[in-house]
Design a binder for this molecule. Structure first.
Ligand SMILES: [Zn+2]
Length: 467
C-alpha cells in the first residue's frame, strides 16, 4: 500500500460519517429531493418531465454520439420532432452484440474519459458487456434506491444487514462498511456456524433491514431452520438483482414475518421499477428511463397481462446513452393504476435474462421454468437446486440435500417434474455438497451450456409450464 492508499483507508470511515449529501456526491441530494416530490405529480406532469429529458438526451445523441448521429441520419429521425415516447418506435432496437462490436461509437465525444466510469454487466452466454456511465452516477442510483426503500419504511441513517455478493474474507466473514452504512455478511461462506453467528450479530445490532438477493435470503433461512434458530426481526427484507421464483416470496415472508420488498433494475441504468407500500406491482420510474415492453411479434405490449421483452432508454447516461436497449429481460404489463396513487406505469412481473433460463426439449421445444414451484412439498428436503443442461432433451437436476433427504424424495421430485415437462425431457438427479455461486455471489437457477435452436432464437413460441 502506498501512502495515498493508506491515507484513504484510514480516512474512509471518517469521510463516510459526513452527511449523505456530501459523501454520496453532487447528484444524490437533488435527485432524492426531486423523487420525493415527483412521486406525487399528476400523470401529465410526469409525461412532460420524461419527454423533456428524452428530447435532451436524443439531441445530445445527434450532436455528440457517433453511432446515433449516423443512425438518425440513415433513418431520418429528428429529435426536435419527438412529441411522445412512442416516437422512439422509428428507431431500431439495440442489442448487446452491437454495443460490444462498436463500443467506441457509443461514447459521447464531448465527455472526457476522466468524467466517465467503466463497469461491466454479467452479459449472456458468459460474455460480459462493458459499459460507461457518467461520474457520480452512483449517487443518483443511491437516491433512487433510498426513495424506493422509503416505501418499505426505510429512513436515511437506518443501518442494514447486507447479504449480497461480498465475500468478506476475515475469520468471522462479516464486517461494517462505512460507505454503505451497513453490516456486510458474506453469502459465499454460508455454513451453519457462520449463519448462526450472522443471525446473532444482526439481532444484537437490531438491524432493521436485510438487503439481499432472493437466493441468499432463502439460503440463510434454510440454515436457520436447520439449526432451529429464530430469525432476526426485520422491518422489511429488501431483495432484488435476481429473479423471484413462484413460492419464494411466500416462503421468505412467512419465515421472517416481514414484508419482502422487491424491485427491478440493472447496471445498464435504462429501467428501474419498484414495488410500493400497497402492492407488489413494479412501478416504473419515468424520471429514470423510458421502458417499453415489446412482444414477440415486435409490437408494443400495452394491455394488462400482455408480456414481452423489456426495452429501455436511459435518460441520464450522457456518457454512453442507450436508446431502445434490449435488456434480454421479460415483463408482464400491470393494471392501469395502483392504490398507492402514484401515476407510474406498472408491471405485474419481471424476469431477468429469461432466454438464458429456457431449457431445450427433445423436439427443439423451449421450456420456461417460470411456473415451476420450487416450494412444493416434494422439495421440502432440498436445500438448493439447479437445472443444468448440456444436451437438448436432457436436463440434470443438481441437488444440495438436507439431512432428512431420502430416496423417496428423489422419486417424488422426478415424478413432479415429469408431469410438468412432459416426455420431451429426460431428467437425471445428481447430489452436491455445494452448488457454487457466480463470482458476483448470485445463484443461478438454470445453467444451459447449449445454444438455443436457430429456428427459435428470436421470437417463436415458448411453452410456459402450467402453474
Ligand atoms: Zn403503488
Amino acid at each position: 500500500m502506498n501512502v495515498k492508499q493508506t491515507l484513504k483507508s484510514f480516512l474512509r470511515p471518517v469521510y463516510y460519517r459526513l452527511p449523505a449529501s456530501i459523501c454520496y456526491g453532487p447528484l444524490f441530494s437533488p435527485t432524492l429531493k426531486l423523487l420525493e416530490e415527483s412521486q406525487h405529480w399528476s400523470e401529465d406532469r410526469l409525461i412532460d418531465y420524461q419527454l423533456s429529458k428524452l428530447r435532451t438526451i436524443l439531441r445530445h445523441c445527434a450532436a455528440h454520439v457517433p453511432y446515433y448521429r449516423s443512425l438518425f441520419k440513415t433513418v431520418g429521425f429528428d429529435p426536435a420532432k419527438v412529441r411522445s415516447t412512442s416516437d422512439l418506435k422509428a428507431l431500431p432496437l439495440l442489442d448487446k452484440d452491437t454495443i460490444r462490436d462498436r463500443l467506441p461509437e457509443f461514447l459521447a465525444e464531448n465527455i472526457g474519459s476522466r468524467r466517465m466510469l467503466y463497469f461491466t454487466t454479467g452479459g449472456t452466454m458468459g460474455k460480459p458487456l462493458g459499459l460507461y456511465n457518467v461520474r457520480h452516477a452512483g449517487g443518483r442510483e443511491r437516491a433512487f434506491n433510498y426513495v424506493q426503500w422509503e416505501r418499505a419504511g426505510f429512513k436515511q441513517g437506518d443501518r442494514r444487514a447486507m447479504l449480497r455478493g461480498w465475500a468478506v474474507k476475515n475469520p468471522q466473514h462479516w464486517t461494517y462498511d462505512a460507505s454503505e452504512r451497513a453490516f456486510v455478511f458474506s453469502n459465499f461462506h454460508m455454513t451453519r456456524d457462520n449463519v448462526a453467528n450472522y443471525a446473532r450479530v444482526m439481532k444484537a445490532k437490531a438491524l432493521p433491514f436485510l438487503h439481499s438477493y432472493p437466493s441468499a435470503v432463502i439460503d440463510f433461512a434454510r440454515h436457520l431452520q436447520d439449526v432451529g434458530m429464530e430469525p432476526p426481526r426485520f422491518r422489511a427484507i429488501l431483495a432484488a438483482s435476481e429473479n423471484l421464483y413462484p413460492g419464494q416470496r411466500e416462503f421468505i415472508e412467512s419465515f421472517f414475518g416481514a414484508r419482502l420488498f422487491s424491485w427491478y433494475g440493472h447496471t445498464e441504468t435504462a429501467i428501474l421499477a419498484a414495488e410500493c407500500e400497497t402492492s407488489n406491482y413494479y412501478h416504473i420510474f419515468p424520471e429514470y428511463g423510458v421502458a417499453e415492453v415489446i412482444k414477440e411479434d415486435g409490437s408494443t405490449a400495452e394491455r394488462e397481462g400482455e408480456a414481452g421483452e423489456l426495452v429501455g432508454t436511459s435518460l441520464d447516461n450522457f456518457a454512453m446513452p442507450l436508446i431502445r436497449y434490449r435488456t434480454d429481460d421479460w415483463a408482464v404489463v400491470g393494471p392501469e393504476k395502483c392504490a398507492c396513487g402514484r401515476n407510474y406505469k406498472l408491471l405485474k412481473d419481471t424476469k431477468g435474462r429469461w432466454r438464458q433460463e429456457l431449457l431445450v426439449g427433445r423436439l427443439d421445444n423451449l421450456i420456461s421454468n417460470t411456473a415451476l414451484n420450487m416450494h412444493g412439498d416434494c422439495f421440502d428436503n432440498v436445500h438448493q437446486l439447479q437445472f443444468y443442461q448440456r444436451e437438448k432433451g436432457k436436463v440434470e437436476l443438481r441437488i444440495k440435500r438436507k439431512p432428512a433427504y431420502s430416496e423417496q424424495d428423489s422419486k417424488r421430485i422426478v415424478a413432479a417434474l415429469n408431469e410438468k415437462m412432459g416426455d420431451t425431457m429426460e431428467i437425471s438427479l445428481s447430489f452436491h455438497d455445494e452448488i457454487p455461486l457466480t463470482p458476483r455471489g448470485k445463484f443461478r437457477f438454470v445453467i444451459r451450456e447449449l445454444e438455443l435452436p436457430r429456428s427459435v432464437k428470436e421470437g417463436s413460441h415458448v411453452e410456459t409450464l402450467p402453474r
